[in-house]
Write a protein that binds this ligand. Structure first.
Ligand SMILES: [Zn+2]
Length: 558
């Protein structure tokens, strides 16, 4: 007995010593869980340890014990499943924030209901005050028509009113706003835009693409404080849903400055990979070169261009007429302005991200990218492989599909667009062209890199809806239409990569994040269900329970 006590005491001392001195000290340990690492062999682990910003251990529950220290936060995650931090490759952070705080018309299922909500909102405004809302989408309404100015004029004689369609490519305005903008039946459509008219030539109140600016420019500008608040709201919402990075598709230099300020105040809880809008912001980025910060929290190295509009509002630019209209859509950018920008971008190491939906818009974008590549020799480029992207890559003719891989162009796609558009896309494109639309699998099979995003606030912006859409191609009620090409679904492993390691490559960050490996930055999404194993429907029942960004727990609801 005596000898045993003697034996125990030195042992206790030894253990204490080892905790303080030899312990490999992790700040956070997550164990008793399933870790999908997305490393080269897609290995699965039980535990992970994090020190500072980095992952220091990925392995089994036994091995992680070596990393425990008195100060470590140790979390038993038996009801959680760990994934590399989900990345939204295409979203609009400020818009997400504004959606949280303003007249939000998303998810309203009829024109009638939409109008009564707008009417109610209008009552609270003083005469002459602007009323701005967004998020309506007629494709799910039983009325089956675009709204028009008459729908609004009934209750808005004293206020200018502008309501943006969910896709951001069309607005509905009332007669008051049309009058302020000087738009009437004699007005001429601007380049890249359309003022819709009825059969008598009377303007309807719907403005498409570049025509939206005729009224939008009259809306009083948001203050920088309002913009900052919206960005902060966007960050909060994103980490709650499990996003660890937003790749922001276009914005101003002022937005970038606000994000820098948010970072300096310690509130940039999400990684941002920022691209600036065409025009003055693009010129400024081309002049100054990429903005790269050492900790990879806030990077601005891209320019967002627009080739065309959206499919729903028939602004997408097609080779042949729409199947349900005698139009081909609109080409927005001009060759003589774009090619010099592309060449300059290659020399300065700037990534180009071009919005292209229609088959002709995609074809032209690939042509112009190729022309720029051919005319700037490798020795004149800042980066040999510039990793340029086509945002949406929605409708692509077979002869163009192979060019993504050949030219090294990344297809940046949004699975939720497909499941939202399935209600009208066949009407717009017809049965032959629909085979070339939302073709994640064909592009992957042809060796292209496909990165996944949400386009929020155009879509809801939930990582689990995107994952579900990528692997099912059905809407959230399990619905799909005939001829909807279900063979374009991808595997869960592919879908996971589409939102983790591949978008990291799309942002030149695959060496530092996107998979869970020792030495990489600790960005993790923890979901309540094993989305790699459960039934399709159950994926939508899962929720994010913890988000880690840069080694910090930025959201938890265990
Ligand atoms: Zn977008």
């Amino acid at each position: 007995m005596k000898s045993r006590i003697l034996f125990l005491i030195p042992c206790f001392v030894l253990v204490t010593c080892s905790v303080d001195q030899d312990c490999q000290k992790a700040d956070i340990i997550l164990f008793n869980t399933k870790v999908y690492t997305v490393d080269d062999s897609n290995s699965i682990a039980e535990a992970i340890a994090i020190k500072g910003k980095e992952i220091v251990y990925v392995g089994d529950n036994k091995g992680v014990k070596n990393y425990k220290c008195s100060k470590s936060r140790i979390i038993d995650l038996k009801n959680g499943y760990i994934f590399p931090g989900f990345t939204d490759s295409h979203a609009h952070l400020k818009g997400i924030g504004y959606r949280e705080n303003t007249l939000n018309l998303q998810g309203i299922n009829s024109l009638k209901e939409t109008m009564s909500i707008v009417e109610e909102f209008t009552k609270s405004k003083k005469p002459g005050e602007w009323i701005v809302g967004r998020g309506w989408i007629e494709k799910v309404w039983p009325e089956k028509r675009f709204p028009n100015k008459y729908d609004l004029d009934r209750f808005s004689k004293n206020n200018p009113l502008l309501l943006e369609r969910a896709d951001g490519h069309a607005v509905l305005v009332n007669s008051y706003a049309l009058k302020l903008a000087g738009i009437d039946s004699n007005s001429i459509d601007p380049h890249g835009g359309a003022i819709l008219r009825d059969k008598n030539g009377e303007v309807t109140g719907i403005l498409i693409d570049r025509a939206t600016n005729l009224v939008e420019k009259l809306v009083p500008k948001k203050t920088p404080e309002e913009d900052k608040f919206a960005l902060e709201q966007g960050i909060k919402r994103s980490i709650k849903l499990g996003w660890t990075q937003i790749q922001n598709a276009g914005g101003s230099i002022q937005d970038l400055e606000l994000l820098k300020k948010i970072k300096s105040e310690g509130n940039l809880l999400l990684r941002i990979y920022f691209s600036v809008s065409d025009g003055i912001p693009a010129e400024e980025l081309l002049n100054k070169g990429p903005y790269l910060d050492k900790d990879n929290m806030l990077i601005a190295r891209g320019i967002k261009l627009y080739a065309d509009g959206a499919l729903g509002s028939r602004g997408a630019y097609l080779k042949d007429n729409y199947s349900d209209s005698k139009t081909k859509g609109l080409l927005i950018f001009k060759k003589e302005e774009t090619i010099p920008k592309l060449k300059d971008a290659l020399k300065k190491g700037i990534q180009i991200q071009t919005h292209a939906i229609g088959d002709l818009a995609n074809h032209i974008t690939l042509n112009w990218y190729e022309e720029a590549f051919d005319s700037v020799p490798l020795e004149e480029r800042s980066i040999l492989n510039p990793r340029w992207r086509i945002e949406h890559s929605q409708n692509i003719q077979p002869e163009d599909q192979t060019r993504f891989n050949k030219l090294g162009i990344i297809a940046s796609m949004q699975p939720s667009h497909a499941i939202g558009d399935l209600h009208f896309a066949i009407d717009r494109l017809g049965l032959k062209r629909i085979k070339n639309a939302y073709i994640w699998k064909s592009l992957l099979d042809q060796g292209a890199l496909v990165i996944g995003g949400t386009d929020a606030p155009v879509e809801i912006g939930d990582p689990l809806i995107e994952f579900y859409a990528a692997v099912t191609r059905k809407d959230v009620d399990g619905f799909y239409t005939e001829n909807w090409n279900l063979e374009q679904v991808i595997t869960r492993e592919e879908a996971l990569k589409m939102f983790t390691i591949w978008p990291s490559y799309g942002a030149f960050q695959e060496k530092v994040r996107g998979s869970l490996e020792v030495g990489k930055l600790a960005d993790l999404s923890v979901f309540s269900k094993d989305i790699m194993e459960i039934s399709e429907e159950d994926i939508l029942e899962a929720r994010n329970i913890m988000t880690l960004v840069d080694g910090k727990i930025v959201y938890e609801n265990l």
